[in-house]
Write a protein that binds this ligand. Sequence first.
Ligand SMILES: NC(=O)c1ccc[n+]([C@@H]2O[C@H](COP(=O)([O-])OP(=O)(O)OC[C@H]3O[C@@H](n4cnc5c(N)ncnc54)[C@H](OP(=O)(O)O)[C@@H]3O)[C@@H](O)[C@H]2O)c1
Length: 351
Amino acid sequence: MGGSSSQRSAVSGQQGMSNLTPKTATPIADGAAEMNRRSALVCVVGAKGMLGQELMRAASRGGNQRSAVSGRQEGGRGSAEYRVVGLDIEEIDITKPASVDAVMDELRPRLVFNAAAYTDVDGCESNQATAMAVNAEGPANLARACHRLGARLVHVSTDYVFDGRKDSPYLPDDPVDPQSVYGRSKAEGERVIREILTDYAIVRTSWLFAAGGKNFLKTILKLAGERDELRVVTDQVGRPTYAADLAQALVEIGEHPAAGTQPPAVGSQRAMGARTCHFCNAGACSWFEFAAEIVRLSGKRCRVLPTTTAGFPRPAKRPAYSVLSTDSLEQEFGIRPRDWRAALAECLAKL
Ligand SMILES: NC(=O)c1ccc[n+]([C@@H]2O[C@H](COP(=O)([O-])OP(=O)(O)OC[C@H]3O[C@@H](n4cnc5c(N)ncnc54)[C@H](OP(=O)(O)O)[C@@H]3O)[C@@H](O)[C@H]2O)c1
């Protein structure tokens, strides 16, 4: 999407990570060796995206970095013994069943993280077919492959599946009512996964920022360096989320016993769990407050001024209120997200 992937080099060079593309994958063996190899393989699809890059790092570390997310000291399973394979559009086109099947049949992973998506929210309005292909048919193709191989799928979705009219945090079971093409395509992606799989986690998140990739934090830093003042909307409220924290949570969810830690036998239909949950950093704010904190922490001299959505028209409608409740995540997985301001400060220190 966006033509940028062809200009990026293959994901590589991170500690503990193996960048195995379909062309370089070792042939699949039979019997016990195959089971061992398969049980030790985790795929990150969309590995070059903002979240995908963080997922590659987090999955390579395993679940033993829980404190980075929740501030708790106890370790996770520390199961960095598996091999992590990063795939992006050069290796796998999730809109094409043949591409997905060829790669998945060769790698036979036990766990697949899907961070691939068409994330240009305004672009989706004028490219509906692409949005549906990547955000709905793509997850369906991955889900069918996971079902056939008995692999678990951890899929990332969005607050934009909700209408934004609530005035208390959205719960995972609240009815979806997307207001944009992007939101509809992501809601459809969720629906097809639930239809196909019994062993999955759909993790909704919101307002991602990271040191890598295109995001609000990077945009504000750039504009604040160029201008004396910026106008940012006050009437959209949500939960900013550090992609590195989300990535760590996704790994913990993927590894969690409730979500299944043992690979099923090849061809087994044994279900290990079906979950829809939310992960965001703690604390809600408006985009205006988010921008003001970015400028304050970065020490830039730009003034951040309030405006409203009406004064800043965009092609896609955004939810006015998209605060996601993370209570079920805390209860089921013991993951307690830290405050977004602390996560932002850590992220800024990496820039
Ligand atoms: N960003 C946010 O604020 C936000 C908020 C809530 C939820 N989310 C969700 O979080 C997830 C990750 O978002 P992100 O911001 O990290 O996305 P991103 O930076 O746009 O990364 C998505 C990756 O998927 C790749 N991709 C696109 N089409 C593909 C295809 N057909 N087959 C294989 N790969 C393909 C993209 O390649 P190209 O770059 O070449 O297109 C890109 O590398 C998504 O599910 C998104 O919906 C994001």
